[in-house]
Design a protein around this ligand. Sequence first.
Ligand SMILES: NC(=O)c1ccc[n+]([C@@H]2O[C@H](COP(=O)([O-])OP(=O)(O)OC[C@H]3O[C@@H](n4cnc5c(N)ncnc54)[C@H](OP(=O)(O)O)[C@@H]3O)[C@@H](O)[C@H]2O)c1
Length: 255
Amino acid sequence: MSSDHAGASGKRVLVLGGTSEIALAIVEALQRITPRDVALAGRDTAALGVCAEQLSSVGCDRVITTQLDALETGQHAAILADVAEQLGGIDIVILAVGALGERGGLPTDVPGAVNVLQTNLTGAGSLLMESARLLRERGAGKIVVLSSVAAERPRRANAVYGASKAGLDALAQGLGDELRDDGVGMLVVRPGFVHTRMTRGLDPAPLSTTPEAVADVVVAGLDSGADTVWAPSTLRWLMIIIKLLPRPIFRKMKQ
Ligand SMILES: NC(=O)c1ccc[n+]([C@@H]2O[C@H](COP(=O)([O-])OP(=O)(O)OC[C@H]3O[C@@H](n4cnc5c(N)ncnc54)[C@H](OP(=O)(O)O)[C@@H]3O)[C@@H](O)[C@H]2O)c1
């Protein structure tokens, strides 16, 4: 293995949200560097089985699947401990659980919006904290958190999703600083619009990208030891400008 890939070298990979198209592209990119043992955790057993076959077909040494619902927070610790036992430890966690929910301004479906908040912040936050505890016990490992540029400045069109991602992003940043001296790396990933089933049917935003391109950014981020990456990376500079826009101008952006 090349030392260029030291940050992405961990063999045992756990994907939380195991059917995520972005997460699967990340695992495939990791697999191209060196063989991996993978655990896919998610809600849909049949879909997880298909994803496991896909990863086996690209050469992953071992792929296991396990049932996980982000909303069932009381079960997270036990599920993660079981996966760690089955894999003999966990080196890289990819936290991909996420739901986009209704688009537009004030939600017409408030319970649906609450579900988005619970999934993306409470559920994903619980998984993040339990992952952090596991890796800190070992004193090593990497956690990749799929946040979003929406976390940096939520727009009127995505207030609920943006709020949930802002909360998760903040939690990941704080825990990343807390864990750094314990040998655990936290990589916060802020993609823009990515062409996956989550965005199917929506008009692509400027600088839209693919799961494969996000995966390349993540692998580079793991290798460099970055705390935060944007995908595409030019979004980093665009977001600096967007965050500086005065509110009366920013609110004119309806989409
Ligand atoms: N696509 C984009 O433009 C974009 C941009 C920025 C950030 N992101 C973030 O990137 C991550 C991956 O998104 P993606 O584009 O790969 O979309 P995706 O394929 O729809 O992945 C979302 C994943 O979240 C899982 N999930 C949702 N609710 C869950 C729950 N209650 N319990 C367990 N798993 C649950 C889904 O599982 P099921 O198969 O059971 O539904 C799926 O595995 C998400 O966090 C998303 O917010 C995406």
